[in-house]
Design a protein around this ligand. Sequence first.
Ligand code: PCA
Length: 199
Amino acid sequence: MHKFSAFPVHKIPKPIDVHTIRTIMHKVFVYGTLKRNEPNHCLLQDSNNGIGCFVAEGYTKTKYPLIIATKYNIPFILHCPGKGHFVQGEIYDVDDKMLSKLDILEDHPNYYIREIDDIVIKDTLSQCPQEEKCWVYFLKNFKPELLKRPYMDNYSSNGSHGLQYMERSKRDPSYNHKNEIKADSSTQMRSEPEPTASS
Ligand code: PCA
């Protein structure tokens, strides 16, 4: 007995290849120039850099000194837990590509050090505060005198401090501002190593 197909043999549709595309995402907490309305936010928004998706506003579960330093007025969280304020910022979901772009901007691990930290999510509707483990760019190897600067809890380049951030394109290429903040080996602030994890 002949079996008849609805399709002539040469027109039988081929099974569609189904691939599961998994994009590994990372949570990043930004507190400085990467926040909305700040000078480097466009980097997070540029789809050529990968995915950067706003999740929520939040603040650090631990107090830290958030300062502005160097002649270019760069914001830094100094890795000195317990000193300063609960730092306000924004959480983003980013893909590998975006994370590596951010690492280039922050010169991790030579300048800022990206580490996992607990961030409390700002949610006025929820009674019990939710927390997220997020990547945060810290300054670890810093000159101790930076701790004498005023501590902020919520950075803005155009804040009342009057220390407006100077973008890279406007800087003097022959001037190394990192020497202003990096400790020399004799005065390094030592902090306990902390475990890092991928989210
Ligand atoms: N960029 C990073 C660290 C400091 C900065 O200006 C951020 O916004 O979190």
